[in-house]
Design a binder for this molecule. Sequence first.
Ligand code: GCO
Length: 423
Amino acid sequence: MESLSFPPDFLWGVSTSAFQIEGANDADGRGTSIWDTFTSAQGKIVADDHYHRYSEDVALLADLGVGGYRMSFSWPRIQPNGVAAPNSRGLDFYDRLLDEVCAAGIAPVGTIYHWDTPQPLEDAGGWLVRDTAERFAEYAKILGEHFADRVKMWIPLNEPMVMSIYGYAIGEYAPGKTLLLDALPTAHFQHLAHGLAVQALRSAGAERIGTANHHSPIWPASPAEADRAAADWLDALLNRAYLEPVVLGSYPEEIVPYLPAGFEADLPDIAQPLDFYGINYYEPQGAAAPGEGNPLPFELRPIDGFPRTTNDSPVVPDAFRELLVDLHTRYELPPVYITENGCSYDGVHDPERIEFLSGHLAALRQAMDAGVDVRGYFVWSLLDNFEWSKGYGPRFGLVHVDYETQRRTRKDSFDWYRKLVSR
Ligand code: GCO
């Protein structure tokens, strides 16, 4: 670990999200989210019961010694139907949580939306309609006015790409639609939501606002021109269509035919000045030319030849360095934070996680030495938690959670990270 040296003011943290850890999905006036609907066959998602055990979890954060804690607000806890006056008991929960986080000397990083859309808004069209962006700005204003005294870094949307592709294009995530490229208006209306929320947050006195975009280097299956063209198209779809509107105020040309009429008029609202650019990195993505009958201009290809996590992700630290240097070369970004990086492995003794984190931090250090202005790093995640369509199988936490007893157990990686961040 002695080779891992970072600036003294580097912000070390961990990240979580409301639906994945809170449970208590019908407590204190909380409304129904699309993820409650999407998982209803499994019964209530108790997750880590963080809603009731948050003090214990804040104590873990304090023990870990991190400077930052990235959490998310549950939209249906704040506005049960996604509109109108806030639910005071929902605000009260985050008051209690954030007061304890701040009292522990930890800086909260507030994600406004981590995919838990109130069901009534989804019933009215969700991210396929402009109105949801306007409702989102009202929600952001409520949070800014109530919490900007304690939350100094804000992220309006977590990974809008994953919401558009997994939620609306292929249906693996809530709300489970399978629109393929006809899902792309959801990217636009999420970008509009982001831009309107930035303005609402600024008006409420929020200090620093940024993103948490999911990015992967796209690797062509071969040097053949057809495979390289397919990789370029997938890069436009998964990376550029989420970075360029908010950073440049424009879309990649590949995406434009799928956007709603009149999208150009929204671009000034979308491209609001940002104080930081948050990147969530996990793995590279392979691409090849589409086979016969494939309606898409690419097909996905697995990345072989690397160790794999229990979530079947290839472990490729050098792709992390490659991604950061490539983005730094292609764009004028504000200061970067790694808002998520992590892996799933089983057990309390988790040497593979330690190896993953140290390898990715070494790659991060190389990217910084190459000129990338990275100011902080947040491990996904503090706790083992509910991993969306994969449920409780993958374990991403630095802390093991026994879902029967809710007992928390620090893993070896917790102690490893604690030593790193305390240096
Ligand atoms: C994401 C989400 C997290 C996931 C994590 C592990 O990046 O998909 O932000 O909610 O749980 O990435 O897959």
